[in-house]
Design a protein around this ligand. Structure first.
Ligand code: SF4
Ligand code: SF4
Ligand code: FES
Length: 468
């Protein structure tokens, strides 16, 4: 492998790698704003300048590929002065509103200003200000904070496939906006907030809800479709505040779709059933299980298993169901119109899949068959799900729900045994390519909700009611 020297450290690189990436490999941070590894390089912000031996001027590290024998300095006097000048320039119009800005605590501009900027500014003129246009339901724009790095414009055109962000005017008056001020159209708008290095583009859903330094992070996987994008859940005090994309170059690169990003809201929904129920009333666990058992006892039972359950839960059910409901047909369900992995396909040309649950492919591997309609004569149904699978219409049958349900979904159920959502358990899911990934528990199940193994154990040990 070719080698270069950065700040006296020998660094190996693959041909074509730029100096920002090569420096990162040997633990040296070169600050940058406009560079993003998944977007074209524009070298606009000048924050990443470095000194290279035998080159008379400073060079931008993001646009300079490493070369054999190159000697690079990232902290020379010339570089330090240039970084200070760049920070001073970028901040001339930036408001001093970090205390009320939701990017605060995870803002590149704030961090680099502290680390590479100067404590003083010579700027005494009026700061430029903008009236902000609404950008639709996902993003709140604050153009006063923008440093014109154009990451957002490039993300729209190069990743989301929609040229909706543009820079209008020029020079001091440059403004990033949508064409004609229209609301954002992409289904991937949340990524604008992830990749904006300042507080100019923020998630409306998260704004003013929580300072980021209070949030605890859990690395997990999105359950929104069969792709299994890698994400981070941010929670405090058992409440999820947001989900952000986690890099996985083989699955989702750096992105999440909005459906997956905001899917978590049902987890903390006020109308989620979190106490056991007998009919419409709250009940003790033992009583609710007894009612559930009686409701399915002596009936012609079918069992519907959500393809939002994990492999471990699926395997457990393969043992539990034949022992407790001998002969009852078992089907998986999750997305209307998608009964098998063959019917799952790309839903767009970016990430989304047609199967709107995370583990269709895994449950099929375990041998579960897809649900089409209830076998003739079925008089009772046991529905077991994680919370994401779409309930089929169940009319004229006694229904018992085990897992995560909203109040409106559980209307008419004989009993509800509240379970854990994807954010409240550990387990394995299998994506459309057959990759096994792990859900990690970020919060505890709310109220009296329990993990599936515990509910099944209580059912098996319960003396109330009769097994079918
Ligand atoms: S809005 Fe954010 S991402 Fe877009 S140009 Fe401004 S600072 Fe960069
Ligand atoms: S594409 Fe699927 S897995 Fe990825 S974020 Fe969207 S819903 Fe989640
Ligand atoms: S990151 Fe290199 S010029 Fe902006």
């Amino acid at each position: 492998m070719p080698k270069c020297i950065i700040d006296g450290r020998e660094a190996e690189f693959t041909p074509g790698q730029n100096l920002v990436e090569v420096a990162k490999k040997v633990g040296i941070q070169i600050p940058f704003f406009c560079y993003h590894p998944a977007l074209t390089v524009v070298a606009q912000c000048r924050m990443c300048v470095v000194e290279i031996e035998k080159m008379p001027k400073l060079q931008t590290a993001c646009s300079t590929p490493a070369a054999e024998g190159m000697v690079v300095k990232t902290r020379s006097e010339k570089v330090i002065q240039a970084q200070k000048a760049t920070m001073e320039f970028l901040l001339i119009n930036h408001p001093l509103d970090c205390p009320v800005c939701d990017k605060s605590g995870e803002c590149d501009l704030q961090d680099f200003s502290f680390k590479y900027g100067d404590a003083y500014s010579r700027y005494t003129e009026e700061k430029r200000t903008y009236v902000d246009l609404d950008m639709g339901p996902v993003i709140k724009k604050n153009m006063n904070r923008c440093i014109h790095c154009t990451r957002c414009i490039r993300f729209g055109t190069e990743v989301a496939g929609i040229h909706e962000m543009v820079a209008v005017q020029r020079g001091n008056n440059t403004e990033i906006t949508t064409i004609d001020g229209r609301p954002l159209e992409t289904d991937y708008a949340g990524n604008y907030a992830d990749l904006c290095p300042t507080g100019s583009l923020l998630l409306k859903d998260f704004r003013f809800k929580k300072r980021v330094w209070f949030l605890k992070r859990t690395s997990t996987v999105c359950e929104g479709c069969a792709r299994g994008c890698n994400m981070t859940i941010h929670q405090d005090n058992n409440v999820i505040y947001r989900c952000t994309a986690r890099e996985n170059l083989e699955i989702n690169k750096y992105w999440l779709c909005d459906e997956g990003r905001f899917n978590f809201h049902y987890v903390n929904a006020e109308d989620r059933v979190v106490e056991p129920r007998s009919g419409a009333s709250a009940a003790e666990w033992a009583d609710a299980i007894a009612v559930a058992k009686s409701a399915v006892s002596g009936k012609k039972l079918a069992v519907l298993v959500g393809s939002d359950l994990t492999q471990e839960e699926g395997k457990l059910l393969l043992e539990f169901l034949p022992k407790n409901f001998s002969g009852a047909p078992v089907f998986h369900f999750g997305t209307p119109g998608i009964r098998s992995s063959q019917e799952d396909a790309a839903a767009d040309r970016i990430l989304k899949r047609k199967s709107k649950t995370a583990n269709l492919h895994g449950l099929e591997k375990l041998g579960f068959k897809g649900f089409d309609s209830l076998p003739a004569g079925t008089s009772a149904v046991l529905v077991i799900r994680g919370g994401r699978a779409t309930l089929p219409e169940l009319k004229g049958v006694t229904t018992v729900g085990l897992g995560v349900f909203r109040d409106s979904e559980a209307q008419g159920f004989a009993a509800v045994l509240p379970g854990a959502s994807f954010a409240e358990k550990d387990g394995t899911i299998v994506n459309f390519e057959g990759r096994e990934q792990h859900l990690r528990r970020a919060i505890n199940p709310p109220g009296q909700s329990k993990q599936l193994p515990e509910i099944l154990m209580m059912w098996a040990n319960s003396k109330g009611g009769q097994n079918a």
